[in-house]
Design a protein around this ligand. Sequence first.
Ligand code: HEM
Length: 325
Amino acid sequence: MKKMVLTALILAVVVVALGAFTRLTDAGLGCPDWPGCYGFLSVPKQDAHIEQAVQAFPERPFEAHKAWNEMIHRYFAGALGLLILIIALRSLFNSQPNRPKKLPLVLLCLVIFQALLGMWTVTMKLQPIVVMGHLLGGFTVLSCLFLLYLRLTNYRIPGGDANLRPLARYGVLGMLIVIVQIALGGWVSANYAALACTQLPVCEADWVQRLDFAGAFSIGEADDYEFGTHSYAERMTMHVVHRFGALITFLYLCWLAIRIYARASSALFRQLSVILVLVLGLQVALGVSNVVFSLPLWVAVAHNIVGASLLLVLIMINYSLFRKT
Ligand code: HEM
C-alpha cells in the first residue's frame, strides 16, 4: 500500500508539472472539448480526421502540439485518478488496525472534483477562478497524498520534541500563509499578469498611482478568457500583491525556521528547518528569474513545482510538530 501511495505521489508531481506546462504553453484550450479532443479519443492525426475537427470547431484552429500537451496531461491525470480509486478501495477493505480509511476516500472525492474543474477549465474557456481552483485542487491532491504517505510511515522523533510544541500554531500559520501566496501566484498566472511588472524590486515608476485592488480581484464577463480580460492596472496590482505576499512569506518562514532550529532537540527538526530555508530561497530566486528573464517556460514550470514542494515541507513540519512522540 505504501509503495502504491508513493507511486501516486510521484505521478501527482508529474501531473502538476504537466498542468503548469500546458497552461504556460497556452495549450489549456488545445482541445476545445472534454474528455475527448475535437470529438476524438486522442489527438486527430489523419488528414480526414483533422478536416472533420476543423469543421466541428471552426472557432478554434487545430494546433497539434497544443492538443498533445493537453491530452498528455489528461492521460496522466486519468492514470492518477485510477490509482487513487484503487488506493481508496484497498484501504476501505483493509482490516489492519490503525490504517487510514477516511483520507483515501477524501482523496477520491478530491480527484473527482479536480477532474470536474479540469472539464470546466475547458468548457468555461479558461475562466480565471476555475483555472486557479484547478491549480489549488492539484496542490491539494498532492498534499493529501503526501499526508497519506506520512501516515503510512512509522517514524519516531528520537527523544521527542516537547520543546517545539508551543511552535505548532506558528507552523499552521506558516502553512496558511504559503497557501494564500500560492493562490495569489495562481491568480497572477491565470490572468496572464506575469509580465505586468518588469522592474525590481516592485514595479514600473508610477505603480502606486495605478493600484486597483477591486479590479484586480474581480471577474469580468467574457466569452473566452484566454490571454486575460483585465486592464494593465489590474494585472499590475495582482502582480504587486503577489510580490508583497512573497516578502511576507519569506520573512515569516525565515523567522519560523530560525525558531524551530534554535529550539529543536532532535536532528529531524533541524534538518527540516534548513530544508525549509533552502526551498524558500530557491522559490524566491525562481520568482525573481521569472521577472528578470521574462518568464522562460522552464523557470515558470519550476516555480510551480518548487511552490508545491514548499507546501509539502510545511506539511511535513506541521505533521511532525503535532505528532505525539
Ligand atoms: C515566496 C514564495 C512564493 C511562492 C510560494 C510562489 C508561488 C507561485 C505560484 C504557485 C505561482 C503559479 C504558477 C503557475 O500557475 O504555474 C506563481 C506565479 C508567479 N510568481 Fe510566484 N511565488 C513566490 C514568490 C515569488 C516572487 C518573489 C516573485 C517575483 C519577484 C514571483 C513571481 C511570480 C510570477 C511572475 C508568477 C506568474 C508566472 C506564470 O504566469 O506562470 N513569485 N507563484
